[in-house]
Design a protein around this ligand. Sequence first.
Ligand code: 9MR
Length: 544
Amino acid sequence: MGRTKLIVIFSLLPFVLIQQGYTQTTEEFLVTDFDGGGILPDAWSSYGDLGPYGVQPGRPNSDGKYYELVWNGSTTQGYIVSQSEITFRLIPKRKLKEKNIDNVYLKLDVNCGSAPGTVVNIVLVDGPNDCCTNEVNWIYSFTKNTCDWETIEINLAEFGYAYDPNNHEKSIDIHKVGRVKIGMDVFSGPQRQTVQFDNVALVVKDKVKKYNADTEIADDTTLKKRANDFYVGVAVNPRRIKDTDYSTLYKKEFNSITAENAMKMKSILKGMDTNGNLVYDWTESDRIVDFAEINNMNLHGHTLIWYESIPDFLKDFKGTNEAFETIIEKYITNVVSRYKGKVDSWDVVNEAIADGTSDLRKSVFLERMGPDYVKKCFQYAKNADQEVKLFYNDYGLIYDKKKQQGAFTLVDDLIAENLIDGVGYQLHIDFNFPSKLDIKTATDLIVQRKLLVHFSELDVKTNPKGDIETFTESRSHAQGKKIYEVVSVFNSLPKEYKYALTLWGLKDDDSWITPRYGFPDWPLLFDSTFQKKRAYSGFLQALE
Ligand code: 9MR
């Protein structure tokens, strides 16, 4: 390794925060140190009437070899040339975005051995590997005024190497930097001049977006304002929409709502009268629908069929399977028709796959209507409203691979029948689980099928194991970061597949989680006094 420099190859060095939400990272790829290290350690040759040239051993204060060019006066130019392309494809972990050369630098150590004032040319070359016919060259020149080792970093853009899609000759595929020629021009000065080079490297500097736990929130910013190409939703109930503290925030922050419970079968379907007619109670569901309508909000209907929300009379229904199926058809038809044009999308079936398996969950629907029951329900909904968007909704599809497989088999069957528009991932998740990558990978399964994506019931547990009594700083940070990751994944989806991201409640103390799991928890974006939490700013940051 040449001289005193330590060059870190293939490593990512996080730097200080340079701007809110951003971190500067630097990756350095050593091309050659002339000691056998780097991506292209030996692929250097020279041309020009150079007299003695080549790899010289280190001089005093140097700990290795470097390349030296010597001019003896018989020509004005001399170069050393890397005879192979320096290509990023050699670097397994790193793929750069094409066209983006603003953050790529060529870095090298330069010295002029004997004559200050030597003009040094660094040339990027495209063309045949024969030096120097039919080449397209991009030249960066500078004068080396002092004779000591100096590290030079040149932005590739400074070579005039800008990407130009209309002019292929002048364009650069960033995966391939081209060959590098390093040389000198001598127009005057002493007869004999030398230039030395060492540690040629490519450097990639990225301004990486990163979660910053302490970002200030501008007063006039809201979730729905930031999310300009998808809905931001919240689960509501009829009592809270009448409470001004709640409804003010609902209207300010969100442009979509889901009924947390009021539109489930158990809330709407009350029984059957003596004539065999279904008895409905629309009081609560109508309130939700009216609220959405008055406030011009998107309304996601949740949920037509769910094994956990079945009125008792249906659970132990004494009639035939056909009669049961007719009731379900009537129910779906009635609900969907009643809210036609008012409900924008429905979870038709919720949680149909059993945990840890690819099989349908045991339920009265499966038992009475057979394994096609999901398809039948989607068909009933579609018959009642051709326009409304139909979703399959479930939890655990990110980390439970068997369940995921089962769900997508179901979804693919529905796609084949043209019955489904989207998939809902509930996302009742933990502050440290699942990973961003797993969320992304699982979400891509929806996008690959060209379906709408709904993160439909987002909340982030901060005390899943019950090991804290109060909401700690570190859990608050972790929660903010997890929300940031979730929203980043959602936001990075192609626009046409982003449907909505819905929070499963407004305030921590309203959440279903504490009563269900028995531990105190703080899973939402607002605290019990309606104040925004770090989780809120994590959400916003991901949309910056
Ligand atoms: O948050 C809901 C809670 O208030 C209800 O008691 C419960 C049973 O109806 O349902 C909760 O919401 C669930 C949602 O409807 C489906 N996915 C899981 C949610 C949390 O249990």
